[in-house]
Each structure stands twice: as C-alpha cells, then as structure tokens.
Write a protein that binds this ligand. Structure first.
Ligand code: NI
Length: 181
C-alpha cells in the first residue's frame, strides 16, 4: 500500500524518533509499504517519520542507481533502531534531495565514512562500516530519526535563499507526483 509522505512543516519530521521492539504491530507490513511508497515516489531512502511514524526505522534501495554504479545494485535493506557509532573526520560534499522537501536539491557536507549498529528485519544486530554513496544515504535517513532535515545542513547563505521555498512547501504550495500530507 502506498502511504502519503509527510512534507516540510509537519511536526513529526522534527521529533526524535523512538526505538521499537520486535512486537511492534504489523512491522513487516509497514516495511513493505515503505518500500512500495519509496519506489512509487522514485526515492532511494525513506524513514518512518516521513510516513508519519516517529519510530527508529528506515529503508534504503539503491537499485535504481545501478546504471552508473553497479556496486549499488544489491544495496536494499531496512535498518531498525540504528545508532551511528563513529564518523570519519573527512567530509565530502554531495547534492541531496528528499521526498519530504520536494523540488529542492542542495549541496550538503557529511562524513565520508560511518560505523553504524542496527537491527535487521529479524532483529539481528549488525555493526558495519559504510562509505561513499551508501554512507551518504544512511546519514540522510538517520537524520530523519533525529528530527533533522538535509536543509538544516545547507550552508547558511544558501539556506537563507531556501526560506521562501520551504515556507511554500509548509503551506502546501508544492507539486509532487506522489501523495503528500
Ligand atoms: Ni529525506
């Protein structure tokens, strides 16, 4: 089932999300719905707060990017209760966008490499190191669980220029091909 995506201005996007337990109701169904919603909206990552749920869960599927980056083809996973343990000092810049902030793309600087602990959909724990584009997407989604949006991380001068666009999104003046809230 395709869910509506909550956009800039919705308070759920600003909450620090809560960890979940294995008995969270209909968790597999929710994860399936998040993958479906993300695919329909042509995104590569989607966090639970973006579908209105302040819980620590996000899904990523980099398959659509495999054309230019074959190593991303099999990168499809859900992370539950993730915790970033380490970040590299080295940062890299990259253009980001977000299904919750439609029509905006801006350069964001983030650590190049991270170490993260998370639970998979069977609640098995993993500790893994990611770098490059994978680390980029994970950090973007992780931010959603902390109540942050990528636009918070844009350099101040650029952020000033974004203000009116963000206000328009918050007022519902935005056009998307997918259902929003
Ligand atoms: Ni996002």
């Amino acid at each position: 089932m395709i869910l509506p995506i909550y956009t800039y201005g919705q308070s759920v996007l600003r909450k620090v999300a809560e960890p979940i337990e294995k008995d969270y109701p209909k968790l597999n169904e929710l994860i399936d719905n998040m993958y479906e919603t993300m695919k329909h909206a042509e995104g590569v990552g989607l966090a639970a707060p973006q579908v209105g749920l302040p819980i620590r869960l996000f899904v990523i599927d980099l398959e659509p990017l495999k054309g230019d980056n074959p190593e991303l083809a099999d990168f499809k996973l859900a992370m539950i209760n993730p915790e970033i343990l380490e970040e590299s000092i080295e940062e890299v810049e990259f253009d980001e966008g977000c299904l919750s902030v439609p029509g905006i793309s801006e350069t964001v600087s983030r650590p190049e490499e991270i170490k993260i602990r998370y639970l998979d959909t069977d609640f098995n724990e993993h500790v893994e190191v990611f770098n490059g584009f994978k680390a980029r997407v994970i950090q973007h989604e992780y931010d959603h669980l902390e109540g942050h949006l990528f636009t918070d991380r844009v350099k101040p001068l650029r952020r000033q220029l974004l203000k009116s666009k963000l206000t328009n999104i918050a007022r519902g003046k935005t056009a998307t091909k997918y259902k929003i809230k």
